[in-house]
Ligand binder design. Sequence first.
Ligand SMILES: *Cc1c(COP(=O)(O)O)cnc(C)c1O
Length: 457
Amino acid sequence: MQGFRRLPAVDQFLKSDPGQALIEMHGRQMVTGALRAELDAARAAIRDGAQAQALADALPIRVAERLDLDSRSQLRPILNLTGTVLHTNLGRAILSDQAISAASAAMASPLALEFDLETGGRGQRDDHLRGLLCELTGAEDATIVNNNAAAVLIALNTLAMGREAIVSRGELIEIGGAFRMPDIMARAGAKLVEVGTTNRTHPRDYETAITAETGLLMKVHTSNYRIEGFTAEVAAPELAAIASAAGVPLLNDLGAGSLIDLGDYGLRREPTVAEAVAEGADLITFSGDKLLGGPQAGFIVGRRDLIAAINKNPLKRALRLDKIRIAALEATLRLYRDPDRLAQSLPTLRDLSRPRDQIAAMAARLVPLVQDLLPDGFQVSACDCASQIGSGALPTDTLPSAGLRLTGPGGDAPDRLAARLRALPLPVIGHIHDGALILDLRCLQSDDDLIKALRAL
Ligand SMILES: *Cc1c(COP(=O)(O)O)cnc(C)c1O
């Protein structure tokens, strides 16, 4: 077609000034690919009757825009204004400065991961965390794997492969779709023996289920639901006594597993890991990136002989942690040695314990500033919010919070605005409620962070 001739040849474009500038930024291969795609699009447009010279003139900008979009990571930082502090889909806990420095140092340099600096002999990667975990939980021994799901899997597989695992019907949890207790049991090679009913399980239910085939008793924290009303469960100390009398271990899966008393920070008390240890469970599993505020990891603490058996399981190698997370975990756990300053040093605890009044003052300051940045027709006002902890910690509790309520013309205004905020260079993620887009400010570090992000509107 005649108009095609107005478009530059690939070589010609790459040699031009705009072409050279783009190559400097993105590399020849990426620029060539983007250029070919834009040339194809331009030829198609010309066939459809578009003006060839205009398309040729716009080509450098179109190629630059395509390259910018291509080089933008989907994994880039966002502002979590959903109101859920530990949001699994947004990466759960954000790490402390100390953990970030430790992880960066571990990435940038060799380190004595499995090397004993005193003897020059071989060391164990878990040693960097074992002492701290025992100190903070009172447990005899500890081991660490990829996440808490892995901790449960390897504990079950080690203690109950080919044998029976006894669990209350009220505790057969599903966490986020893929983690269902009966399925994990099956994969671990354990035969699930359900006892009791959904709402009530008694000591005798466990006692009568124990046979020569029993590998373990298991207690599971009902992380994301609560059974209320006419209920009965066997508390961990009593279950530990039943297990011990029968000579089988008790595994207690705590899920979120806090190392500190959340009651000290205005939250509802949850049993701490140290309490669970003191209650007599033989093994306890919990997550690194839930209430603990570290990177993804699964901890198993408890009896030395059982931990040793887990460490000998070939699955341990498949589920082990890398040096980056071990370094970040060590730095995170060290913060717990100074509990007085934990609410400042640990971002998870800082966000969870932030007083409502402070968040409301932030909302009041931001209303006029945000109003100026919103597209025409959109309104902002301050509102009350109810934040959630998330990740299966205190599932039915909410934290009084405050935020911004954004409304606009038309029924789909909140969705349209939410899409525009997601498309920002620093995406802003809220939630839609009652015909408005709500930005809960609990996890916003500074007014500036939001203002800067919204300026790109
Ligand atoms: C969250 C949770 C798990 C899974 O832990 P991950 O760290 O997400 O692998 C297992 N059990 C319970 C009770 C939980 O709450």
